[in-house]
Design a binder for this molecule. Structure first.
Ligand SMILES: [Zn+2]
Length: 234
């Protein structure tokens, strides 16, 4: 199992780690600051410095089996189990993804409908909602987001047991992605006074860090679903 540093501290950008397995160009380590693709958020990229002083690019990060985290490296020739490496995230990219991802929590709080899909990107992100007859207005939603951002709500990580979550099924907003079961407590994200739901992603500490954001598109996806897209307002 890989020690997933980002689950407790999404702002840690570097760590030393030891390679535990190499499989083609996919490499597993005992510890990582790299977030593996999941919940609509892309896998992290960055660089590793090797004992011989060379660096290799990490192109993607994915979940492996049994809680392992796999990194896709540019070239694995020089890598072997037991080696120590120094990891460094592409922080600019990750921080943009964290701000986007956290803004999707705000969006989900403004639209009282089940979430049927989502995607986090560096430049724009989206959530799909099972909207029924509700009418959405991009300008009103943008105002709502900007208000929640300006109010600078704190964002914190909490936990619930599976049994506690089972007693409050309404906390699960994302109909397409259920929290993992049988692996211990459920990780909960609280945007104070705004949103509270299970989430395994990386988040900023205060909503004010998101900055200027707007709803740029609302379109139908099938009979009941609406896709809401957010983008930087700069
Ligand atoms: Zn989240």
């Amino acid at each position: 199992m890989t020690d997933a540093v980002f689950q407790q501290d999404a702002y840690q950008t570097e760590t030393d780690a030891t390679i535990t397995a190499v499989d083609g160009d996919w490499v597993i380590t005992d510890k990582t600051v790299f977030y593996p693709r999941g919940g609509g958020q892309p896998g992290d990229t960055g660089t590793w410095r090797l004992p011989n002083g060379e660096t290799v690019r990490v192109l993607d990060t994915r979940k492996g089996e049994g809680g392992q985290i796999r990194h896709q490296v540019e070239r694995a020739n020089d890598l072997a189990p037991g080696q120590s490496i120094a990891m460094k995230l592409d922080w600019d990219r990750r921080y943009r993804l964290m701000r986007m991802h956290t803004c999707l929590h705000l969006l989900s709080a403004l639209i009282p409908c089940g979430v049927t899909g989502g995607d986090v990107g560096e430049d724009k992100s989206r959530l799909d909602f099972d909207i029924g007859d509700l009418v959405l207005d991009a300008e009103a939603l943008t105002e709502g987001l900007q208000r929640l951002i300006a109010e600078d709500h704190p964002v914190s990580i909490e936990t619930l047991t599976e049994a506690e979550l089972d007693q409050q099924p309404e906390l699960i907003k994302t109909m397409s992605v259920r929290p993992p079961r049988g692996v211990g407590d459920i990780r909960m994200i609280r945007v104070d006074g705004v949103d509270y739901q299970p989430c395994g992603g990386t988040h900023i500490r205060h909503t004010g860090e998101i900055g200027a954001m707007r709803v740029s598109d609302i379109r139908s996806k099938g009979a009941r679903n609406k896709r809401v897209v957010i983008t930087w307002d700069a």
